[in-house]
Design a protein around this ligand. Structure first.
Ligand code: ADP
Ligand code: ASP
Ligand code: MG
Length: 812
């Protein structure tokens, strides 16, 4: 058994260890390897670094280490033994202090001295734990593993000499049959007798060596999480323990960064087929992860995802490499001589370049060595000096079963691509047990979560919304999201979170999702809003499935869409400006949306929540062709003319329409017909035809005074003053037995909008309230048009149209 740093990190946790050992020792003989008290190895290194830098603060760090151990002793060891144990501890701490004082004087820290220093950690913890057992009346021996584990001289990362080590372990345990033997992990001794260590995290390995030498029934690694997880639980909240896994899968995951297991640990137990379990000291009843030869047959092709940070990518390239054998041999020999560990290699079949990933701390050394080794070729311009890129990380997906499934790498890279994670290099071993990708360090969290979602949570998808504009429609949208969230989660398997909110004055963000019950208060206490600030924040949060929702009618917001799309952030807008401004802007946004495979949706631009654009897109995409369009597209104008008669003033009806929220914030946009012109323009464009607003014939019904009004108030005044003009329109229609409808038409490549008298029997005649109607005459619907009809204005239907676009974007 091995207990890690957290497991022995406090008196309370050590008592937990004691209770686990007590129980198990009743029917098994236990060899128990322990790490240093949590954080102590780091503290030792820190103290040494301070001392070497001539900073007196090393004394503080030493005192921390001292207090930590003495506190544990006080919390653990009964009075009877307390003084005796403390005396031993204080003696060891005294030696440590002398070593640190020495470092301060000579200000130099060699790898050899580092090992001497580090060995105090496990030395102290193993002694304390053996005494804790004895003080609870459980007999336990303490054996110093430095007398058992024999290594080479490679300090801080020593290689184990297996023959000698095995023999030592066997011999010791042959003569010592204590039910519990405590041994310090990590520390060892070279053949020459120098203290060495097995590399950071190496206590796991000590335990595996002992398990293998003794042909143990089982190796148990007790740590602070309930097993090996599908991804690092600190970075991926949805990660969960893997029930069972094969040795090879465990090796791959640990090599690629799953810190829960030190990579060399698996080898010794694998050879003897000793089962291994990873368990949680703080939750011993949880099953943990079982590691065996085959794992338990599990249909999942991908078992886990891991990552290594601080990676540098080095590229050797040049025309002189093509077809000439020996380049890679020389390259890798050079790196081997420098003892540089290569984590990933890729070479294109053109042989024009070789690219490899190493730890960033090795990069400079690698570059120097390789450039010297290829000095001649570089001078002759056969190859370029080696190229070094830093700030990178490797993410890897691992699973024995991946080789039997096609499409895994496709899924991996499309998930990353959809979320704007740029992949710099790729490697897939022929075993197909591991596919790794080199990405930017800053994208690691997003990449891990994206991959985790794609391979382990296909059931639920996380949507991250950023909403700007919280007027009438925005407010309804937030209400709908809040009340519909449980349904969407249950039925559509999507979890919707609003991460950012903004109006023209303030903006707020919450990475975990804003509480939508109190969003108004939260927004009021937010920071000062800015369009660039909003965009930058969304980019820097770098969340997967990000969607920007524009619920404003603001031009400046619309002119930012291109930047969102370029960053793979989907755009959903009820703002019409982008799609109805210059054709170049519209078509560029459509192009970006295709190029970055990022949705740009604006269904609510026409007919509020009615599925007008979506239907049109389906027709066009399936090869249909639009011949003409006839439509009533203004819910507000329809409302106004449906309620206007010789019994009411035109002015009052317009006021009412505005109060009910059917008009744009500025009613002139509706009454001038410009809003309708924009809508027919968007339909024409979505039909695949290039057109601009100027091309549309505008047949307005306002008086010149109304058209010329400077302010909304002036405009209302002209309506009052010129009531007669509007009454005349009404009278004429009535006399002709017609209804007034503001109609938009497209035919023969031309579009126009204007007020028309519609005779009874026409599909527009009975259009009620604020309804819209669109008739598409197409190649397929040539005689009878396809008709879409229903409420075409109002905050609720518009909000639900936005909601539908959000879901469409998420389904992309
Ligand atoms: P110990 O001190 O017990 O050896 P470590 O800190 O070395 O513990 O390893 C356990 C830690 O490994 C966990 O707390 C977790 O943060 C980290 N970790 C990284 N990847 C994984 C993973 N895939 N599964 C479980 N833990 C992981
Ligand atoms: N104490 C050592 C370290 O922190 C070894 C270990 O805990 O496994 O790296
Ligand atoms: Mg560890």
């Amino acid at each position: 058994m091995k207990f890690g740093g957290t497991s022995v990190g406090s008196a309370k946790n050590i008592l937990q260890v004691v209770s686990i050992l007590k129980q198990l020792s009743e029917h098994s003989q236990l060899a128990v390897v322990v790490s240093a008290v949590g954080g102590v190895t780091d503290s030792l290194l820190k103290a040494a670094k301070l001392a070497v830098e001539k900073s007196q603060e090393y004394n503080d760090e030493f005192n921390n280490i001292k207090d930590k151990h003495l506190n544990i002793v006080d919390g653990l060891i009964s009075e009877q033994y307390n003084a005796m144990v403390k005396e031993v501890i204080l003696d060891k701490l005294d030696q440590l202090k002398q070593l640190l004082d020495g470092l301060y004087l000579i200000n130099e820290l060699s790898p050899k001295t580092t090992d001497k220093l580090l060995s105090f950690g496990e030395g102290l913890s193993s002694y304390i734990i053996s005494q804790a057992l004895n003080s609870s009346g459980i007999e336990a021996d303490l054996k110093n593993s430095q007398e058992l584990i024999v290594t080479d001289e490679q300090h801080t990362q020593a290689g184990v000499i297996l023959g000698l080590t095995n023999a030592n372990i066997k011999a010791y345990f042959k003569d010592n049959k204590s039910a519990i033997t405590i041994l310090p992990g990590f520390i060892s001794r070279s053949e020459k007798g120098e203290l060495t260590t097995l590399g950071r995290g190496g206590s796991d390995y000590t335990a595996a060596l002992i398990a293998a030498a003794l042909k143990a029934d089982e190796l148990q690694i007790w740590t602070d999480v309930s097993g090996m997880y599908t991804a690092n639980p600190k970075l991926v909240k949805q990660a969960r323990p893997i029930e069972s896994i094969s040795y090879q899968e465990a090796v791959e995951l640990s090599h690629f960064g799953a810190k829960v297991l030190y990579p060399p640990t698996v080898q010794p137990v694998l050879e003897l087929n000793i089962p291994m379990v990873i368990k949680n000291t703080m939750a011993p009843d949880e099953p943990g992860t079982l590691i065996t030869e085959t794992g338990i047959k599990n249909i999942r092709p991908v078992k886990g995802i891991s990552h290594i940070g601080d990676i540098a990518l080095l590229t050797l390239q040049g025309n002189g490499m093509v077809g000439i054998p020996g380049f890679s041999r020389r390259l890798f020999e050079t790196l081997a001589q420098e003892k540089i560990n290569i984590i990933l290699i890729t070479q294109a079949s053109s042989e024009h370049s070789i690219c490899f990933g190493i730890k960033v701390e090795d990069a400079e050394r690698a570059k120097k060595a390789v450039d010297i080794s290829f000095e001649n070729e570089i001078a002759l311009h056969k190859i370029d000096p080696i190229l070094v890129e830093t700030g990178l990380a490797i993410v890897a997906i691992v699973g024995d079963n991946m080789k039997n499934h096609q499409g895994i790498s496709g899924r991996m890279f499309s998930a990353l691509g959809r979320n704007n994670v740029n992949v710099r290099a790729i490697a897939q071993g022929a075993s197909e047990r591991n596919i790794s990708a080199v990405i930017d360090e800053k994208d690691v969290r997003k990449a891990l979560n994206t991959l985790h979602e794609s391979f382990f949570e296909v059931e639920t998808k996380q949507l991250n919304l950023f909403i700007t504009g919280v007027g009438n429609v925005g407010e309804r949208l937030i209400e709908q999201i809040n009340s519909q969230a449980p349904f969407v989660k249950e039925r559509l398997k999507m979890k919707i979170r609003v991460i950012g909110l903004s109006n023209s004055r303030k903006m707020v963000f919450d990475k975990k999702g804003l509480d939508l019950n109190h969003w108004k208060r939260t927004l009021e206490s937010g920071e000062v809003a800015s369009l660039d600030g909003f965009l930058d924040m969304i980019k820097s949060l770098n969340l997967r499935n990000s969607i920007f929702v524009d619920v404003t009618a603001n031009e400046d917001v619309a002119y930012k869409y291109d930047q969102y799309l370029r960053a793979n952030i989907a755009v959903v807008a009820c703002n019409k400006i982008a799609c109805s401004s210059d054709f170049g802007i519209y078509s560029e946004l459509k192009r970006l949306s295709r190029k970055y495979n990022t949705p740009f949706l604006f269904e609510t631009n026409v007919g509020a929540g009615l599925p007008v654009i979506d239907t049109l897109n389906h027709l066009i995409n399936s090869g249909d062709e639009v011949h003409s369009i006839k439509a009533v597209l203004s819910g507000s104008l329809n409302f106004i003319f449906n309620n206007f008669s010789d019994q009411v003033r035109f002015h009052d009806v317009v006021r009412l329409a505005q109060e009910e929220g059917y008009t744009e914030p500025d009613p002139r946009i509706d009454l001038s017909g410009i809003d309708v012109a924009r809508k027919i323009l968007i339909l024409v464009r979505e039909s695949g035809i290039e057109m601009n607003l100027d091309d549309i014939e505008m047949d307005g019904f306002l008086t010149s005074a109304a058209t010329g009004a400077k302010t909304v108030n002036d405009f209302y005044q002209t309506l009052k003053d010129e009531e007669g003009h509007y009454q005349a329109l009404y009278r004429s229609a009535k006399e002709n037995n017609c209804q007034l409808k503001f109609v938009a038409e497209f035919a023969d490549g031309k579009a126009k909008v204007g007020l028309q008298e519609i005779p009874s029997g026409h599909p527009f005649y009975n259009l009620e309230g604020k309804d819209n109607i669109v008739m598409f005459y197409t190649a397929r619907y040539s005689e009878q048009p396809m008709i879409i009809k229903g409420a075409g204005a109002g905050a609720d239907v518009t909000a639900s149209g936005l909601f539908a676009d959000i879901i469409r974007a998420a389904n992309n």
